[in-house]
Design a protein around this ligand. Structure first.
Ligand SMILES: Cc1ncc(COP(=O)(O)O)c(C=O)c1O
Length: 482
């Protein structure tokens, strides 16, 4: 399956390539006077490779990668779901793709109308009053949202509020964001149900609290049953409430952060809808807020006057920008296409599908692996390899490495930190029952192998070009050639 692939420079064969690109038979033009210093004096070092070798080279490389178009990718918290191809076709239409952010508003009325309408749709979905589309990813959305809270407090003279409360089941980007904005992080422990402990929250509240960031469903996949109580407690103490809506795919069209009492929210459109993640960017992490925070939104925002749409830069209270122009426009076109194609009913069903698939997988696996919290989970769940470690010395890493031999991408592991030997699975709503069963069968077979032949797990994977790289160095200092 895995063939050794040379680097493209090693494939250079001048003679064949020249069949397609003939040598110049006219005098070479002299552009140096046009471009001055920027003019390249030497030919670029591009390998001459014939077409079939180029196609095979990149196809082979892509076959070495694992992606959702090969199989199930149950990476919890990352929502690796299938992105319908029609999104790509629509975003590539020249009216969208061939426009420039510096064009005058009158020449891009269709694009502005799309953003204006998308803002209304997202307001409806989340119960907010306004949106910015600038952030390029979920974590940047958090930054943009928490900056709104900061700007609000500063504008209201609340200079002493310098603490952000964050439950221990929050996504790791929440405390990182709060710290980046300059807040001290005060952690609140979860109770035995895997939810915010209200007594602990009460203790954490005070007149130094700027707000609370809540990931819901949290990183255990659990929905906070006391969510309205939580937002009320924070508001009563003078703080504002931030909803990490990256996991909103679990509750779309069933519940809205705005109705639960939250003041702002970010969404990860790759998780909630169906756009490529963008490897940390450029994706999109729109941020919605209630009217009290609207004046501080980054500029520009898209507004409508009579029948025209325009970019409004005239915003005296804005805290500035988090990114250029209105954000990743192409990604937002895909978001819009997905929402319109599904409609309210389709989004409602997608959320139910995400929860049903995850619950099915959990039920099939819960007797072979331990599920640390009994509370029903939503779109993802966490199980642990504690039994396997204790009895057979097989750790989480051994189990998921063995999963690669069965043709699956491993789930997220050792996260959330509050569960030892954690495996966090999120199958998403796009997987079929057949795919889920194959994944469950592989996990069950591995649990048996841990009992009968633990060495098989310890040396896995057996069928990849590299078996167990140094995980840190492979990420920080990858060897990309040879
Ligand atoms: C709950 C939660 N919050 C925030 C993020 C950060 O999003 P991003 O990776 O787009 O920066 C993620 C990532 O998937 C997430 O699952």
């Amino acid at each position: 399956m895995y063939k050794d692939t040379p680097i493209i420079f090693e494939l250079a064969t001048k003679s064949k390539a020249s069949r397609y690109i003939r040598p110049l038979d006219v005098p070479k033009p002299d552009f140096s006077s046009w471009f001055g210093k920027a003019y390249r004096a030497e030919e670029p070092n591009i390998p001459d490779v014939d077409e079939i070798s180029v196609v095979r080279h990149y196809t082979n490389l892509s076959n070495k990668n694992y992606h959702v178009e090969i199989g199930t990718y149950p990476l919890g918290s990352c929502t690796m779901k299938y992105n319908p191809k029609v999104n790509e076709d629509l975003a590539a239409l020249s009216g969208f793709a061939a426009t420039h952010p510096l064009q005058p508003d009158q020449t891009v009325q269709g694009n502005l109308e799309l953003l204006y309408h998308l803002e209304q749709l997202l307001n409806d979905v989340t119960g907010m009053d306004a949106y910015t589309f600038q952030p390029a990813a979920g974590a940047q959305g958090e930054l943009a949202g928490v900056l709104l809270i900061k700007a609000y407090h500063e504008d209201h003279g609340n200079t002493k509020r310098n603490v952000m409360i964050i439950p221990d089941a929050a996504h790791g980007t929440n405390p990182a964001t709060a710290a980046m904005v300059g807040y001290k992080v005060r952690e609140v422990k979860s109770n035995s149900k895997g939810m915010v402990d209200l007594a602990e929250l009460e203790k954490a509240l005070g007149d130094d609290v700027a707000g609370l960031m809540l990931t819901n469903p949290n990183t255990l996949g659990i929905y906070e049953e006391n969510i309205e109580k939580i937002t009320k407690m924070v508001h009563d103490a003078g703080g504002l409430c931030y909803y990490d809506g990256a996991n909103i795919n679990a509750i779309l069209m069933h519940a809205r952060p705005g109705d639960m009492g939250f003041d702002c929210v970010h969404m990860n459109v790759h998780k909630s809808f169906s756009t490529p993640h963008g490897g940390g960017g450029p994706g999109a992490g729109p941020v919605g807020c209630k009217a009290i925070l609207e004046p501080y939104l980054p500029r520009p925002v898209v507004r409508k006057k009579e029948e025209s749409y325009y970019l409004d830069y005239d915003r005296p209270k804005t805290y500035g920008k988090v990114r250029s122009f209105v954000g990743s426009f192409g990604v937002l076109v895909k978001t819009y296409a997905y929402i319109l194609r599904n409609g309210a009913e389709g989004l409602h069903q997608a959320a139910e599908g995400a929860v049903a698939n995850s619950t099915y997988l959990r039920e099939r696996l819960k007797h072979a692996y331990r599920v640390p919290y009994d509370t029903p989970s939503m779109h993802e769940f966490v199980m642990t390899a504690e039994w396997q470690k204790e009895k057979y010395d097989c750790n989480t890493i051994d189990i998921v490495k063995r999963l690669i031999d069965f043709g699956f991408h491993p789930p997220t592991i050792y996260f959330p930190l509050i569960v030892p030997e954690a495996m966090m699975l999120e199958p998403t709503e796009t997987e079929t029952w057949r795919d889920l069963d194959q994944l469950a069968n592989a996990f069950l077979k591995i649990a048996k192998e841990a009992e009968t032949n633990p060495e098989l797990l310890k040396n896995a994977p057996h069928d990849t070009p590299i078996s167990r790289p140094d995980e840190t160095r492979a990420a920080r200092e990858p060897i990309l050639a040879g």
